[in-house]
Ligand binder design. Structure first.
Ligand SMILES: [Mn+2]
Length: 279
């Protein structure tokens, strides 16, 4: 039997794990460049290129308790996918483990937040605050709106914004920081996050939030984006309150390999951060 591809440094048993990775190969509502369904395995593959040791945190990820559940089935409409994401996240969180979801497109986040109901930090070029898009309420262009309906708009923040529709401005979207603000001076963001992260927070990373120079393989690339180092600022602000992570909107067919690599590395940095001895 061929062995299934797993994220690097995955441990053997679910029971002994602290961090549970699973993939959601879903891109049925994607509006521009599709292919995000191929990302979970691409991220797993590239994860083997890296050392398990985080220089920044001084933490070795070997035996840190990462378990990789594999992928959920491929769905062609969001409703079934969201139900399955909800039930997997329910199992992981009920077992006191930390969920790490590999997208897939951004609509996947709704399934996780429906269960976790925490504050949400989005990294994204787009506000994703449309009520519907192309007739679909669960489109990737509506995810921040749906999530806001669950946890309240005041509990959602998006970082890296540089593309908003007139409709979204009219509706009054969630709090956001543009990439221009963050790139010129990130002190406002840091002090906001210190306050915002005083209760459980979920981090959802749409890779188009980063500049296309760092993350070219995304569905809807937008110039003038973030430097991925912003992740360090977020982790340093979130304290012990980080409760889940997803990486989404990566499209390997448009990638030169760097985007999947960045995703794998960010997952490692998040786990390294969580593995730091608690103060
Ligand atoms: Mn986006």
């Amino acid at each position: 039997m061929p062995s299934r591809l797993k994220f690097c440094d995955s441990s053997d048993s679910y029971e002994d794990s602290k961090y549970v990775i699973f993939g959601v190969p879903f891109d049925a509502t994607v509006s521009f460049r599709s292919g995000a369904k191929f990302a979970p395995n691409e991220i797993r593959k590239t994860s083997y290129n890296m050392e398990s040791y985080s220089v920044y945190r001084g933490v070795d990820l070997k035996n840190s308790g990462i378990f990789d559940l594999g992928d959920i089935d491929e769905y062609h409409e969001p409703e079934g996918m969201l139900e399955e994401v909800f039930s997997i996240v329910d199992r992981i969180v009920s077992d006191n483990k930390f969920p790490i979801m590999l997208g897939g497109e951004h609509s996947i986040t709704y399934g996780a937040i429906k269960r976790i109901k925490s504050k949400v930090i989005f990294i994204d070029a787009h506000t994703d605050y449309r009520d519907t898009y192309l007739g679909n309420k669960f489109s990737h262009a509506c995810v921040a709106r749906r999530v806001s309906e669950i946890v309240g708009k005041e509990n959602v923040v998006s970082i890296g914004i540089r593309s908003i529709s007139a409709e979204e401005i009219k509706e009054g979207p969630q709090k956001y920081f543009t990439s221009f603000e963050v790139n010129s001076d990130n002190r406002k963001l840091k002090s906001f996050l210190k306050e915002f992260c005083n209760s459980p927070v979920y981090l959802s990373i749409d890779f188009d939030g980063f500049d296309p120079a760092y993350a070219p393989g995304v569905g809807t690339p937008e110039p003038f984006g973030l430097n991925p180092m912003v992740i360090v600022d977020i982790l340093d602000s979130v304290g012990g309150n980080l409760v889940g992570l997803d990486v989404n909107e990566i499209t390997p067919v448009f990638d030169n390999g760097n985007t999947s690599m960045l995703a794998a590395r960010i997952i490692q940095e998040v786990v390294s951060y969580l593995e730091l001895p608690k103060k």
